[in-house]
Write a protein that binds this ligand. Structure first.
Ligand code: ATP
Ligand code: MG
Length: 423
């Protein structure tokens, strides 16, 4: 048959801003998730799963039309039934939706955690992707400042257990209650109006819709005006002060270091009280690894009952990039070396028996017979089991182990070695 080159099927390219992971980075990624799963159990957070697809309204209503995510970053499309669907750009809105549709008020306060892929149409760069992954933890139905503190202590312990807490700083702010926030907002608008001429184009647009966001603008042009803007402190009600005081007292007794960042905001109207970010300078511009806050008005915005809630999300890729020592999955505790090709099958049996007994084992049964043992040594396992024929044609495993911890001889007694004698 002749091959027509022009008929060859072109190789598909990956979608921009997505990534394939193998080996080292995939291990770091899995390590972040495993550590998160362990720590969230320690803190009593239930596992929750919510769909990747939601009606577009779930995000449009909860995030607000003026946010970057809703106005430019959502992957929205009409499905075959004509419904507008969005690939989740964050977890909180979907979890809030689930809380309402399933009547989970009965479980309040509900502590939940999840992780998985999210989608945002952003400009791809280091630490910023269009499909990325987050860890997420939320406490729904609690207005206690200790819920905020508990979430922050959880995040801090996660970073410590990942071995990346050094160089990562918890920065904290309060947005006060509704009264504090409204008063502060009016003062900010006054300040920004007085300096209109010094603001960037983007910030001028924010001035009408979302003036708080100007405070954390990354545009250098905005910085002098943003930095000289009034802090919220003078506008905090006594109640709001007490709330923030209790959150920071909780952090202090739990031994979690924090810094006040009076410029840190979450722009949406339903955010209240605590706003926070764990930041590092080790990832260039993409320095926020975990971010969150209290969103007491969100569930009501989505049509549910008034519900106090607080949560955070952390970028798995960014956390994985910070880990120094990735675990090495290639390392085997024991390696079974087969020195005669006729014994490949019993080598496979030994491998299975070892693994079933909980020994991390690998098999070397191919390539140059003389080099197999050396290849095993090179991988520095705790021990090597060599399988070959004795001079009299019988088979018995030769065990070389640097550790007494393993009961390898005992484990291998499960095998009927005589069945492999050379007849
Ligand atoms: P940024 O300011 O970096 O855009 P954000 O405020 O949009 O972050 P959140 O929506 O609070 O981020 O998401 C929480 C965390 O998710 C971030 O701190 C970050 O670690 C991670 N994250 C957000 N967007 C991306 C992305 N496009 N690619 C990779 N990680 C991301
Ligand atoms: Mg963003």
């Amino acid at each position: 048959m002749s091959k027509d080159k022009s008929a060859r099927i072109p190789t598909p390219q990956a979608v921009r801003g997505t990534q394939d992971m193998l080996g080292d980075f995939a291990d770091r990624f899995a390590y972040v998730v495993e550590t998160f799963e362990r720590v969230r159990r320690l803190y009593g957070f239930k596992r929750i799963e919510v769909p990747v697809i939601e009606p577009t309204a779930v995000f449009a209503r909860s995030l607000g039309e003026t946010t970057d995510v809703v106005s430019k970053e959502m992957y929205s499309f009409e499905d075959r039934g004509g419904e507008s669907i969005t690939l989740r750009p964050e977890f909180t809105a979907g979890i809030a939706r689930a809380y309402i549709t399933n009547g989970w008020q009965q479980f309040a306060p509900l502590k939940v955690a999840t992780h998985g892929p999210l989608f945002r149409y952003e400009r791809p760069q280091k630490g910023r992707y269009r499909q990325f992954h987050q860890l997420d933890a939320e406490v729904l139905g609690s207005d206690s400042p200790l819920a905020d503190a508990e979430l922050l202590v959880f995040a801090d312990q996660l970073l410590k257990e990942l071995g990346i807490s050094e160089g990562v700083t918890l920065t904290l702010n309060t947005l006060g209650d509704a009264a504090s926030r409204d008063a502060w907002r009016a003062a900010l608008v006054g300040h920004f109006e007085a300096h209109r001429g010094d603001l960037s184009e983007d910030s001028l647009a924010r001035l009408d819709k979302n003036p708080l966001r100007i405070l954390d603008s990354k545009d250098p042009k905005d910085r002098p005006v943003a930095d000289s803007a009034p802090d919220i402190d003078a506008y905090l009600t006594g109640e709001a002060q007490d709330f923030f005081g209790a959150v920071t007292a909780g952090l202090d007794v739990a031994g979690v270091a924090w810094e006040r960042n009076a410029r840190l905001v979450r722009g949406l109207d339903y955010y209240r009280h605590t706003a926070f970010e764990f930041v590092t300078d080790r990832l260039g511009a993409q320095g926020t690894v975990i971010g969150g806050g209290r969103y007491d008005g969100l569930i009501e915005t989505l049509g549910g009952p008034p519900t106090a809630a607080v949560g955070w999300a952390g970028g798995i890729e960014r956390l994985a990039m910070l880990i120094d020592e990735p675990s090495s999955p290639d390392r085997a505790d024991f390696i079974v070396v087969v020195e005669d090709d006729q014994l490949e099958m019993v080598g496979f049996e030994a491998l299975s028996v070892l693994r079933r007994a909980g020994v991390k084992a690998d098999l070397i049964a191919s390539g140059s017979i003389k080099k197999r043992f050396d290849r095993a040594v090179k991988r520095s396992p705790d021990g090597i089991v060599t399988l070959g024929f004795n001079d009299n044609g019988t088979v018995s495993p030769r065990i070389r182990s640097a550790s007494e911890l393993y009961q390898i001889e005992e484990i291998l007694k499960a095998i009927d070695w005589r069945a492999w004698d050379r007849s």
